[in-house]
Design a protein around this ligand. Structure first.
Ligand SMILES: [Cu+2]
Length: 69
């Protein structure tokens, strides 16, 4: 399964982690999301040809966090 790796700023606790994961999971094509609080890395697993990076960024932003990479 294809995977994208994002670096997200602002996640401080398990609530942040869940907020980011849930926001990304609502996107079309996304099958699962795993956020790591320590590193700020968020792994997005998806199906289909390509995932639109901008919609991922928007979803993270609307949850109140920022994709920095
Ligand atoms: Cu938090």
């Amino acid at each position: 399964m294809p995977k994208l790796e994002l670096k997200v700023e602002g996640m401080a606790c398990s609530h942040c982690k869940r907020a980011v994961e849930e926001a990304l999971k609502t996107l079309e094509g996304v099958t699962s999301v795993e956020a790591d609080l320590d590193s700020g890395k968020v792994y997005v697993f998806y199906e289909g040809d390509e995932m639109d990076l901008n919609s991922l960024k928007e979803a993270v932003k609307s949850a109140g966090y920022e994709v920095v990479e």
